[in-house]
Design a protein around this ligand. Structure first.
Ligand SMILES: [Zn+2]
Ligand SMILES: [Zn+2]
Length: 419
């Protein structure tokens, strides 16, 4: 087993134009107990990856490899319980990577609020590399019927949109307003419509409005406009605090507004009578639990979601990546900040769901059991994970329109643009 692989790492966090990331030879990851070694097929681009690269988030791991919308293939595991994963299984690696499992939040189904939570591509190396690791308890079985690149954005944008939908408490047959229509929003809207909601999209992007109507929204207007009818629920995906009073004013009595973003510009002064009285509620959304992710992936297995992506092959070694950004984009809020912890203690008892795959309770004897770390080292070189030619790269995927997409490099540089 070779000791090195290719991957991206954040070498000098700072503005994207300064080239904070470098393609480098990295140590081949070795799975620890209860971990899976995953060969990366696709890794999506999330705004949080840019926050990590640009230093907007504090450094939790120097030289970290970002990427937390990973779709890959299980190739090996460490000793211990690996949650029904077998060699060759398609597996998803998402943002939430570990929680303490013992605090009052973890014990009450609110592990997204765990103060000891850790995250892929921030506390530990993520998916912008040939291989990555994931604690099996935090890995996800993935639904069939989707291409790898379609699944990647489901793992963060999709899951966060799903949790935002839950937090908005849309009543059966209710009226939902969606402010900002990006990666999370366009997936959440589809879930809401399948569940019978009437969806009104309010966004300044003409392309996003067109997409919303194509997906079945009842109306699509400018973000500053009033929806055609009072709303039972609303979700603010755009990181624009000035839209908070706008959305609150659009709520009917007893309505709920959920703010899906980790970052939000300042909220203007609210008028109590106009914006909050009559039991209107204002809520935030903080990351997600594994239960959210698994429920959403089960939903995606049962209801084919439309996911628009653009993929590009990773540039070859020696090429440096530059990422441009367009700050006016409606960005899917996805992940949350968390305090750094020095040790991972992933819960072992979380039941593994198997959306679209084999039922988690029906264990199949693999033709070749997942090799332990030691076993991997004895395998013939032709079957080693890094037998893949150096520089063959992995794929990045994002959603468009109107969110983000990776583009193919034309010369010595490549870009990630958002639209
Ligand atoms: Zn906890
Ligand atoms: Zn994310």
């Amino acid at each position: 087993m070779k000791a090195k692989m290719w991957g991206w790492r954040v070498t000098s966090p700072g503005p994207i134009a300064s080239g904070p990331m470098a393609w480098a030879r990295l140590p081949m990851p070795v799975p620890d107990a209860d971990e899976l070694l995953v060969r990366v097929r696709v890794c999506g681009v999330c705004r949080t990856d840019l926050h990590v690269a640009e230093g907007d988030l504090p450094v939790h791991r120097a030289g970290v490899t970002p990427g937390h919308e990973v779709v890959g293939e299980v190739v090996a595991s460490g000793p211990g319980e690996v949650g029904g994963f077998w060699p060759g299984d398609r597996v998803g690696v998402a943002w939430l990577r570990g929680t303490c499992g013992t605090c009052r939040f973890c014990r009450s189904g609110r592990e997204n609020l765990c103060a000891s939570s850790i995250y892929t591509g921030w506390d530990s190396d993520g998916g912008y590399a040939k291989y990555t690791l994931v604690p099996a308890a935090f890995a996800h079985h993935l639904p069939a019927g989707y291409a790898d690149a379609e699944l990647a954005p489901l793992l963060c944008a999709g899951v966060i949109g799903y949790r935002a939908l839950l937090r908005a408490e849309v009543p059966a047959g209710g009226r939902l307003g969606i402010y900002g229509f990006g990666g999370s929003a366009h997936l959440a809207a589809q879930v809401a419509m399948v569940r019978g909601a009437t969806v009104h999209v309010l966004t300044r992007s003409p392309n996003a409005r067109t997409l919303a109507l194509e997906l079945g929204a009842a109306s699509a207007g400018d973000a500053a406009e009033a929806p055609p009818e009072p709303l039972d629920s609303a979700i603010l995906f755009a990181p624009a605090g000035e839209l908070v009073p706008v959305a609150l004013a659009a709520l009917d009595r007893g309505g709920t507004l959920a703010i899906a973003g980790i970052h939000l510009s300042d909220i203007p002064v609210l008028d109590y009578q106009r914006h909050l009285f009559q039991e209107r509620q204002l809520r935030s959304v903080t990351a997600n639990t594994r239960a959210d992710a698994r429920e959403f992936l089960v939903f995606a297995a049962e209801h084919r979601l439309r996911v628009s992506t653009t993929s590009t092959r990773c540039p070859t070694p020696s090429r440096r990546w530059r990422i441009s950004r367009r700050t006016e984009s409606p960005v899917p809020r996805s992940c949350t900040r968390a305090d750094r912890v020095s040790a991972r203690t992933p819960a072992r008892t979380w039941p593994a769901a198997a959306p679209g795959g084999r039922p988690s309770g029906r264990r199949r004897r693999p033709a070749h059991p997942i090799p332990s770390t030691a076993a991997v080292s004895r395998r013939p070189s032709a079957t080693l994970p890094n037998a893949q030619p150096a520089g063959s790269g992995f794929w990045l995927a994002g959603i468009r329109p109107p969110i983000m997409h990776a583009v193919r490099p034309s010369t010595r540089t490549a870009g990630i643009r958002r639209c």
